[in-house]
Design a protein around this ligand. Structure first.
Ligand code: NAD
Length: 500
């Protein structure tokens, strides 16, 4: 059985803990590797290496740092297929879907390649006679990222390229369910010329996370995962004096107005709901059908859901792979049963799916489910199911739909399908959600914007990557300068300094 090691100071290492966790192949249900679970001493070793590396790395030039990013970008292009297969084998998503996450993660590296422009400070000449003011930003030191299973390459890539390009040293604690992508990226950094110790990977679960949150040598923590853990991480890390960005879970609604092209909307909702088996933080899990849109929409959605090909992620032609664990599969199938018991109509039932190939008999598969006549009181509406289940809620007007979305505790992504510019404008101004799509179901912003939801989807006040990423991983200095000529008479008063 393969053992997945930590990556500290430029080498694979076993660390000090003896605990391990199983990494499954979700398409067969078989154990395929054991990943080491780091303890506080392993985290401490990584912090020591990172702190040492930070001394030199933070003194390297902007040109040197962006050269590493250009090289990393090229390596991510060259190794896209290999990395996509590593992701698919542990996560279960299709290889093409995994390629998509690599491309979206690579965008952040591209943003970091242009750091020279976005990191520029400003300069005010002659604010007083002979006095100028300028500002610049400096890295924090050792920073850490704690990431979820559902995007084992992209979500860490939201963090480390910006942290590293701005001069920090980084410790990644990836999900223990699909840990191999992190080690692969560590080797790409090495090939890209990044000095040892600037990028480190400590695998693990709660013990490793707790050690990161409490370690005095870590200045900032980036977290992406479920809301309860995001709240915990935010609370613990801020209590230990750290800067924290903590992105949580989601329940994303798409509103469909009667003037929308239903075939177009259903196509995009199907991809948005069932792509990656619904295990995306921006997956559409609720379609809010307004007025006359409902019956036609449900009919087309049901047809499209039944056409989805479920299978192993590495088989050509598969649209949707398995869920990440047996527990996730059971949780999703239970949720469909509870929804039916609470009065929802199960239009398409993905439970108990059997695939033809006996190799997949024990895989963590469930088929797409479509639930109609769901109400906001039902569990299937209130919980983040994180699986291939689309719930239809029926309302009478756009204003009612907006009120439903705004009353939901989550606020990650949302979309409106309509042909009306007026409706779209009203929607985007009134909706209490951070990322909005107009006829776009999964509105993940480009890397030069920042990614972040509202309400329980983002704890604290720091969205991720883009300009917010630069701000998060650096702190500003403002310098007020005077170079008096030797003969110049300048009096120093005792009053609070003003400039005239
Ligand atoms: P998770 O919260 O279970 O795990 C996230 C990370 O926290 C992992 O590294 C895990 O090891 C660690 N962790 C888990 N339990 C912990 C505990 N008790 N104490 C300390 N650390 C712990 O999330 P997941 O199941 O890996 O990922 C799915 C979740 O992530 C969903 O809720 C999804 O919406 C969310 N997500 C959000 C975004 C976003 O941008 N808002 C993006 C991707 C995923």
């Amino acid at each position: 059985m393969k053992t997945i090691h930590h990556w500290i100071d430029g080498s694979p290492t076993t660390g000090t803990g003896s605990a391990t966790a199983t990494v499954f192949n979700p398409a067969t249900g078989a154990e395929q590797a054991r990943v080491l679970l780091g303890d506080s001493s392993t985290v401490d070793t990584a912090v020591t290496a990172a702190a040492r590396a930070f001394e030199a790395w933070s003194e390297s030039s902007l040109t040197q740092r962006t050269q590493v990013m250009f090289a990393l970008r090229q390596l991510l292009v060259e190794h896209e297929e290999e990395l996509a297969r590593i992701i698919s084998a542990e996560h279960g998503k299709t290889v093409d879907d995994a390629r998509g996450e690599i491309v979206r993660g690579r965008e952040v590296v591209e943003f970091a390649c242009g750091l020279g422009d976005v990191l520029k400070g400003s300069y005010s000449d002659q604010v007083s006679r002979g006095v100028d003011v300028h500002n610049f930003r400096q890295p924090l030191g050792v920073v850490a990222g704690i990431t979820p299973f559902n995007f084992p390459a992209m979500v860490p890539l939201w963090m480390h390229p910006i942290a590293i390009a701005t001069g920090n040293a980084f410790i990644l604690k990836p999900s223990e369910r699909d840990p191999s992508a992190a080690n692969f990226v560590a080797r790409l950094y090495e090939k890209a010329g990044l000095p040892d110790g600037v990028f480190n990977v400590v695998h693990g679960g709660k013990d490793a996370v707790d050690a990161i949150l409490a370690h005095p040598g870590i200045e900032a923590v980036s977290f992406v995962g479920s809301t309860p853990i995001a709240k915990y991480v935010h609370e613990q890390a801020t209590a230990h004096g750290k800067r924290v960005q903590a992105l949580g879970g989601a329940k994303n609604h798409a509103i469909v107005l009667p003037d929308a092209d239903l075939e177009f909307a259903a196509n995009h909702l199907t991809a948005g709901a069932y792509g990656s088996a619904g295990e995306r933080c921006m997956a559409v899990s609720v379609a809010v059908a307004v007025g006359g849109a409902a019956d036609g929409l449900v009919e087309v959605l049901a047809r499209k859901a039944r056409e989805i090909t479920v299978g192993p992620g590495d088989r050509p032609g598969t649209d949707m792979g398995p869920l990440i664990t047996r527990a996730a599969q059971q949780r999703v199938e239970n949720a469909v049963a509870i929804a039916a018991a609470q009065g929802a109509t199960v239009v398409v039932d993905g439970r108990g799916l059997k695939l033809d190939d006996p190799a997949q008999a024990d895989g963590f598969f469930t088929g797409p489910s479509l639930l109609d006549h769901v109400t906001t009181a039902m569990d299937a509406y209130q919980e983040e199911l994180f699986g291939p289940v689309l719930a239809i809620l029926r309302v009478d007007s756009l204003d009612e739909a907006i009120a439903v979305v705004n009353a939901n505790p989550y606020g990650n992504g949302t979309a409106l399908f309509t042909g009306s510019g007026e409706a779209a404008r009203r929607f985007q101004r009134r909706i209490k959600v951070g990322m909005i799509g107009i006829n776009v179901p999964v509105p993940v912003p480009m890397s030069y914007y920042s990614f972040g939801g509202w309400k329980d989807s983002l704890i604290g006040d720091h969205p991720i990557h883009g300009p917010e990423g630069i701000r998060f991983y650096t702190r500003p200095k403002v310098v007020t300068t005077r170079w008096p000529r030797a003969a110049q008479q300048i009096t120093a008063g005792f009053d609070f300094p003003t400039f005239d």
